[in-house]
Design a protein around this ligand. Structure first.
Ligand SMILES: [Zn+2]
Length: 272
């Protein structure tokens, strides 16, 4: 008689233990998979992939391994950087364009992270340099913030979209802004990206920039005249050309092409 309740008690204890084991397992499964959650967010949604296929030439020129790497890194970027619309709605397409523009310039540097960027603000039109949308000077299409706006990039939605609508005009505002951020990583936006440029190339690069700026000013160049503003703008404008029309740049400006290829880690004499 005495053993019956004892058995009963053991059974209850076992059930309780099993229940706790289950709770602990669930807990481990749901918390450790912070990794799982991250991995999930790295999986590219079909709609994003479709936008890449339809709109991003750089992505389409990659082989399958390259495409997968591009997708993963783009999703990692998008999970880390906040994208907010200011008076406009940010659509999937905009997120893909911003993510793609971030990855294109640093695609050859696996471990590159934009440590100097937390947020991208998308404006419905161009803005002036005080970030106001209305006013006398509304011509700015993109900007990397300074001072209180450190860690922020601002971009006009029409300019962002236009950059990918026409991929042969050597112009892409978002890539331009990300190249400024890359330039800024060494502390200064001065056209000399010290992280990408070996020391011995700095002087030749400076000379090359000045020579090209002189040619633009003499109206003797097919490089966007905005590049003649200063060295930082020349670097960003030349990079737009490099990523959008590499073959044309190589033909028309072989030295400039060679230098940018070195900086952006592109293997020269490839089969492409
Ligand atoms: Zn610029």
């Amino acid at each position: 008689m005495a053993s019956q309740p004892y058995f009963y008690l053991m059974e209850i204890v076992l059930v309780i233990l099993a229940f706790f084991a289950l709770v602990v397992l669930c807990f481990i499964f749901l918390t450790k998979p912070g990794k799982r959650k991250t991995a999930g967010s790295m999986t590219i949604p079909d709609s994003y992939k479709q936008h890449l296929i339809e709109k991003v030439q750089f992505y389409n020129n990659l082989d399958e391994i390259g495409k997968t790497s591009f997708e993963t890194r783009m999703m990692r970027f998008l999970s880390r950087v906040r994208i907010v619309g200011i008076g406009t709605e940010v659509e999937d397409l905009d997120r893909v364009f911003i993510g793609a523009s971030a990855i294109i310039p640093i695609f050859n540097f696996d471990r590159w992270e934009y440590v100097n960027l937390n947020e991208v603000m998308v404006y419905p039109e161009t803005f002036n340099t005080e970030f106001e949308q209305k006013g006398s000077d509304r011509s700015v299409m993109g900007m990397v913030g300074e001072g209180a706006m450190q860690q922020v990039m601002i971009i006009s939605q029409p300019a962002l979209r236009q950059g990918f609508a026409n991929q042969s005009d050597k112009h892409n505002t978002a890539i331009h802004e990300f190249v400024h951020l890359i330039d800024k990583t060494d502390g200064e936006v001065d056209g000399i990206p010290e992280l990408l440029l070996r020391h011995r190339y700095i002087m030749p690069w400076l000379e090359m920039m000045l020579k090209n700026i002189r040619q633009i000013r003499k109206n003797d160049s097919d490089i966007n005249p905005y590049g003649a503003t200063n060295q930082a703008e020349f670097f960003a404008v030349a990079a737009e050309y490099f990523f959008e029309r590499p073959d044309l740049l190589e033909r028309k400006h072989p030295e400039l092409y060679g230098m940018l290829a070195k900086m952006f880690g592109k293997t020269l004499n490839s089969t492409s």
